[in-house]
Design a protein around this ligand. Structure first.
Ligand code: DON
Length: 304
């Protein structure tokens, strides 16, 4: 497959333009980003890589971090985790409260905010130093120590995160939260504030395209069954109430964040990260989705 030729076509075909979507502003710090940023990085299982645009610039990974925390929680807690969070698509927005009432405080999946807050709570109960441990894990996956929390973003979300405060308090009232709610939100806002480049993200996500092995050292980090399960949850829940649309258009498991990033994986082939901060109405990168759709169209390859 001539990925370089395909990326050249994508670069010519897609140019970010004002009005393609809106930069997230409910976390004020995120609204400072240049809406016209655009980058892509594709890392293949054979070690080759291809990129263009702002692929080396860091951005706020936001909900993409939910895949990292789920991976750690699944390894440490095993089946117990699924007593507290389900694996069903939600069909509602990432920050929705509605299902929680009907479903006794058990979030539909670990990628909506409620679900990831439960995962954060679970991690606080088992990790010695949650913030440091999470950062170490992500750095290890990328083989790169230059990955940090963006404290200004975390602080900004803490100040304005009324929805998440409502979610954690509501779940606490229904008995699905163990730790202090302020401590959980602090950890959750920090995890979302991690800043990474497209290159770092695509390398980290090679775990899910490389049978659970580290992209560089080939060390086994998670087993094949975990890869299957996490990819399945990305496929069905990674884009909230647009998960069906992403699956239909792109045909790969993936995860988005309101910072404008999307990572998608083609098991045993490649991992690809794209960044364009202008979001569609569902909170997913508008241009990012289009580019990934064209990538799987031009390669003629998807998991289906
Ligand atoms: O909790 C929030 O609302 C944000 N920190 C993360 C949401 C997000 O990235 C949704 N993704 N598209």
């Amino acid at each position: 497959m001539d990925y370089q030729a395909i990326l050249n076509i994508l670069q010519k075909e897609f140019t970010p333009k004002e009005g393609m979507g809106k930069v997230a502003s409910y976390i004020p710090e995120l609204s400072k980003v240049d809406p016209l940023k655009f980058g892509i990085y594709l890392f293949c299982q054979d070690g080759s890589s291809f990129e263009f645009g702002d692929s080396q610039e860091k951005f706020s990974i936001q909900s993409i971090s939910k895949v990292f925390t789920l991976t750690i929680a699944k390894e440490m807690l095993g089946k117990d985790l699924w007593e507290r969070v389900d694996v069903e698509p939600s069909g509602t927005a990432f920050n929705s409260l509605t299902e929680l009432e009907r479903e006794n405080g058990i979030p539909r999946n670990p990628f909506i905010n409620a679900g990831s807050i439960v995962v954060a709570d679970a991690l606080l109960s088992v990790l010695e130093n949650p913030k440091e441990d999470l950062l170490m894990f992500v750095r290890k996956l990328c083989g790169d120590n230059d990955i940090h929390y963006d404290k200004a973003v975390a602080k900004s979300e803490k100040k304005h995160g009324y929805r998440n405060k409502a979610l954690v308090n509501y779940m606490k009232s229904l008995g699905n939260i163990s730790n202090d709610t302020e401590k959980i939100l602090d950890f959750y806002f920090y995890q979302c504030s991690i800043a990474m480049t497209c290159e770092q993200l695509s390398k980290a996500f090679m775990l899910f395209a490389n049978e659970g092995k580290h992209f560089q050292t080939q060390e086994k980090v998670i087993d094949r069954q975990s890869v299957k399960r996490i990819n399945s949850i990305m496929q069905t829940c990674g884009f909230y109430d647009e998960a069906g649309e992403f699956s239909y258009r792109v045909g790969l498991p993936g995860k988005s964040g309101v910072g404008g990033g999307i990572v998608a994986v083609h098991p045993e082939q490649y991992s690809v990260a794209v960044w364009s901060p202008m979001l569609n109405q569902k909170g997913n990168s508008a241009l990012g989705m289009k580019v990934l759709e064209e990538l799987t169209t031009l390669t003629g390859l998807s998991i289906f």
